[in-house]
Structure formats: structure tokens, C-alpha cells
Design a protein around this ligand. Structure first.
Ligand SMILES: Nc1ncnc2c1ncn2[C@@H]1O[C@H](COP(=O)(O)OP(=O)(O)O)[C@@H](O)[C@H]1O
Ligand SMILES: [Mg+2]
Length: 227
């Protein structure tokens, strides 16, 4: 699998407190990577660092053979790196249609999102803040469907959602990976993410505790990785 995006010895701190202690990881093109770990392990910090919202104190980030460590978040976004943050990735006060139009960069063709998530068609005039949790995540993921994204970073997509809704969302993002995008699913220990993933990593206290086949993590003996 060709590698789109990789980190090399990346350290990240919040003030005096270091949250990532030298992380080496690679996210392949055309594949789903599950990035797991318990709360506080450093997963969101890693995604924010990849997106350019946090600057490493050491190490470098490469994308397609380029060193992008010093690129701004806007430069990375323009080049096709999309972060769907945890919590709300939508504008709650705007209608669904207006959210989609903003995501499409002012373009009017929002059909790719409506084809992927037909339920949104019925909600176009509704304020995004009044959608169910699952519908809000569908709307958030639509951002990646309406922009030419090449890397999709999804932070705790499944949190608080019914398994059926999670299945629907994962179906769409797995399809995106099949279209050559690198998809990174950040979750806590989540069987569904592992079943969909081609590669699995576990972060533990700011370090990589596991890198390998998703199937390996589904067997016994890995519980301590999630301490
Ligand atoms: N904005 C912040 N300011 C200070 N410390 C933070 C901040 N965000 C996260 N941290 C700390 O960094 C560590 C990693 O957190 P985080 O990346 O949010 O983990 P995860 O997403 O895996 O739950 C934790 O110890 C957390 O308390
Ligand atoms: Mg997090």
C-alpha cells in the first residue's frame, strides 16, 4: 500500500505538558486505518497535529514525499486533508442545505452528499443543530464528499450513535478509501472500526503501543494496551 501521510519522531506539547512522546506512524493511501486508544491516549492531539492545528516540538510530518511540518492548517486543507473533529463538525445554526453549500465551497452541486446519505434530502431546510446525532455526523462527513479530499481524519465518528447508524457511516467512509483516499478512524476500542480497517494502531499515553493487523487486536491478550 503506498503511504500518503506519515509522522516521524513527532512530539507535541500543551504548554509544559508533553502529550505525544515521539510518534512514528504511516497512513496508507486507499486504506482504512483504525487509530485506537483510551481517553487521553493522544489520538485527538495526533489528528490535530496532522491537520496543522498543533505544531510539533520535534519530528516531522510527510505527505506524498513532501515535508509539510510547517504548512498551515489552511494549506493542508487546500491540498485535500480533511479533519472531521470530535463533537460537532457542523454549523448548528445553519440549515442542512447551507451547511452543504459551505462545505462545497459555494458550489451548488451538493448531490454527492445527498446520494451518500439520502436522509439528508428530507432535512435540507432543517437547522443542523436540530438533527439527530447520527444525521449530524452524516452531515459532517459530507464535507469530505463535497471537497476533493485525499486524506480523511475522523475523530470518534461513532460516539453515542446506534450500531446501525455507525454501520451506515462506516460504509460510506470505507467506500471513500476504496476511491484511493487515506481514511483514519479514531475510536476507542471499537470492534466495528477494526472490522472495517486494513491497518490498526493503538496509542497509549502518547506513544504507539501496537501497530499491525486489525484481526490481531480482536483476539484476547491485548486488553492492557487500553489501560
Ligand atoms: N487543549 C489541551 N490543553 C492541555 N492538555 C490537553 C489538551 N487537549 C488534550 N490535552 C491532554 O493531552 C493528552 C492527550 O489528549 P487527547 O489527544 O485529547 O487524547 P484522546 O483524543 O486520545 O482522548 C491528555 O493527557 C489530555 O489531558
Ligand atoms: Mg479525543
Amino acid at each position: 500500500m503506498p503511504t500518503a501521510l506519515s509522522l516521524h519522531g513527532v512530539r507535541v506539547s500543551y504548554g509544559p505538558v508533553e502529550a505525544l512522546h515521539g510518534v512514528d506512524l504511516a497512513f496508507p493511501d486507499g486504506a482504512v486505518t483504525a487509530l485506537l486508544g483510551r481517553n487521553g491516549a493522544g489520538r485527538s492531539t495526533l489528528l490535530r497535529t496532522l491537520a496543522g492545528l498543533l505544531t510539533p516540538t520535534a519530528g516531522r510530518i510527510e505527505w506524498d514525499g513532501r515535508d509539510i511540518t510547517r504548512w498551515t492548517a489552511a494549506e493542508r486543507a487546500r491540498d485535500g486533508l480533511a479533519l472531521i473533529p470530535d463533537g460537532k463538525g457542523v454549523f448548528g445554526g445553519l440549515s442542512v442545505r447551507d451547511n452543504l453549500t459551505v462545505f462545497a465551497g459555494g458550489a451548488t452541486d451538493i448531490t454527492p452528499a445527498l446520494d451518500a446519505f439520502p436522509v439528508l434530502r428530507k432535512r435540507l431546510a432543517q437547522r443542523a443543530g436540530t438533527l439527530s446525532g447520527g444525521e449530524q455526523q452524516m452531515l459532517a462527513v459530507s464535507r469530505a464528499l463535497l471537497r476533493p479530499s485525499r486524506v480523511l481524519l475522523l475523530d470518534e465518528l461513532s460516539q453515542g450513535l446506534a450500531p446501525r447508524v455507525v454501520g451506515q457511516l462506516y460504509e460510506v467512509v470505507t467506500q471513500l478509501a476504496a476511491e484511493k483516499r487515506a481514511v483514519v478512524l479514531v475510536e476507542q476500542y471499537a470492534g466495528e472500526a477494526l472490522r472495517r480497517a486494513d491497518v490498526a494502531y493503538v496509542l497509549r499515553r502518547g506513544q504507539v503501543a501496537f501497530a499491525g493487523e486489525p484481526g490481531e487486536l480482536m483476539t484476547d491478550g491485548h486488553v492492557s494496551l487500553f489501560d
